[in-house]
Design a protein around this ligand. Structure first.
Ligand SMILES: Nc1ncnc2c1ncn2[C@@H]1O[C@H](COP(=O)(O)OP(=O)(O)OP(=O)(O)O)[C@@H](O)[C@H]1O
Ligand SMILES: [Mg+2]
Length: 451
């Protein structure tokens, strides 16, 4: 008896400690089972209390009257599936006649409290079927990406969503992206995660980092071209534009449209070309974009206009040639001069880290998801890396990238340095052997300072 009590106390103590220090482990060991039992037991009463039941149909009332049975109860949506995940539970519901997906999404906060979950979101899967995703703990507090993600070419699992799902940056569906955020809000770490995700893929990385290269130059061994000041950036962007024109010549030469060629085989972008002809796709990462658009003298103004023109051309025409833009900055609005809003309109993927004012958030979401603007302003200062991202359905979600250190990113880039393609058009911008890229080995610990 005493042994049993001691074992019970040890298990309860372990559960409490896990819950406090390692919520993800607690969830896997205890939380998922407890929560699933709780949801199943309380389901009908909670749905009733949250106003998610429908009164019995006339047909059921008539049947009850005929059979002289008590009046049937209101019915909640039918549970099609309850699936525990590594971060929460996923509930698939079949709605009753008269209910809509908005009823469920409007009750998410009530469901969250009633089922004692950390977060609840819902989305419509198909007509009449809604998926309710619940998280058991704050998954964005310490981001741990799942070991297994859905692999696909040009698709990077870059962050975790607050509902526990993986957020992908998919260059094939959303070719160009814009990431905004105040200083120290996590933009460069987000971009570093993208580089780390792209490094093992067959892709050329091109970087423009006007913060004198402090963010991207350490990763130089995986980059096919780098620029650390606006002058070099201009030459690099113009070289990219001429590379893009060459790629279009390759696609045209391969088209050879005759009556015998089936529609699906006519090449219109690099992905339609046969493997041996396909040029390597290029992701162009630009950090601190405002530096490219600022000028003080007439010469700098001419340079700025040429840079913005090249960027706009890449954004408008680059996708089919396999050139994708990933632009980061603190603000990206019309105050940076002409051409900026035209460029912004081409940057479909929007991500906003913490911003300090509504107008900065508007630059990311004002024209696509107005309620995401408020969410971006509300991100607290003490959680850098949390961001709001627009998704393909027109909705938005809160995400956070894992905290990849510069050292980890350097190690990964060095490991995949052999994959760095040599693009003849960008050869002058290839970081040379002497670039102060960090060595892969951890730096030796500095000797403790003596008093
Ligand atoms: N996803 C994250 N998880 C945890 N901490 C983060 C995350 N992203 C950023 N941070 C913290 O915030 C700090 C600032 O991040 P980062 O350098 O990416 O900001 P930034 O937006 O690029 O700032 P700046 O505009 O000044 O370049 C990092 O050093 C890191 O400590
Ligand atoms: Mg930065």
């Amino acid at each position: 008896m005493t042994a049993l009590t001691v074992a019970l106390v040890v298990v309860i103590a372990a559960a409490l400690v896990l819950r406090w220090r390692r919520p993800a482990w607690y969830w896997l060991v205890f939380g998922a089972a407890f929560a699933a039992v709780r949801v199943l037991f309380q389901y009908t009463s909670v749905m009733d209390a949250c106003g998610l039941t429908v009164p019995p149909s006339r047909w059921r009332l008539a049947m009850a009257r005929l059979a002289n049975r008590p009046v049937p109860e209101s019915r909640a949506p039918r549970i099609l599936r309850l699936r525990p995940t590594r971060t929460g539970l996923v509930l698939r519901l079949k709605l009753r006649p008269g209910q809509d997906a908005f009823d469920v999404s409007a009750s998410c906060d009530r469901l969250r409290h009633s089922f004692a979950m950390y977060g609840v979101t819902s989305r419509e899967l198909r007509s009449g079927v809604v998926e309710v995703r619940m998280t058991g703990y704050d998954v964005l507090k310490r981001v741990q990406m799942p070991a297994k993600t859905d692999p696909a070419p040009m698709r990077v699992p870059v962050a975790l969503r607050e509902d526990g799902a993986v957020h992908y940056r998919d260059y094939r569906t959303v070719p160009h992206g814009l990431t905004l955020g105040a200083t120290e809000s996590g933009k460069s770490v987000y971009q570093r995660n993208l580089v780390a995700g792209l490094a093992p893929m067959d892709v050329a990385l091109v970087g423009i980092d006007c913060k004198q290269g402090v963010e991207l130059f350490p990763l130089a061994r995986r980059f096919s071209a780098l620029a650390d000041n606006p002058n070099a950036a201009l030459d690099l962007l113009e070289a990219l534009v001429s590379h893009m024109e060459d790629v279009y010549q390759v696609i045209r030469a391969e088209q050879r449209i005759t009556v015998n060629v089936p529609d699906a085989e006519i090449a219109a972008d690099i992905w339609d070309l046969p493997d041996h002809l396909r040029p390597v796709p290029i992701v162009v990462l630009v950090d601190e974009v405002a530096e490219l658009a600022l000028f003080a003298t007439k010469d700098e103004e001419r340079r700025r206009d040429r840079i913005i023109t090249a960027l706009v051309r890449l954004a408008q025409l680059g996708r089919a040639a396999g050139i994708y833009l990933e632009i980061c900055g603190q603000r990206f609005g019309s105050e940076l001069g002409k051409g900026i809003t035209m460029l912004r309109a081409q940057l479909t993927g929007r991500t906003a880290h913490r911003v300090n004012d509504e107008s900065s958030a508007n630059m990311a979401f004002g024209d696509i998801a107005p309620d995401a603007v408020l969410a971006a302003i509300q991100i607290p200062t003490e959680t850098p890396g949390i961001a709001v991202t627009g998704d393909s359905s027109g909705g938005w979600a809160r995400i956070r990238a894992p905290h990849t250190t510069l050292r980890q990113a350097v190690n990964l880039c060095n490991k995949h340095a052999g994959r760095t393609p040599d693009l003849p058009a960008l050869a002058p911008f290839r970081p040379v052997a002497g670039t102060p890229a960090l060595a892969s080995e951890p730096l030796a610990k500095a000797a403790p300072a003596t008093a």
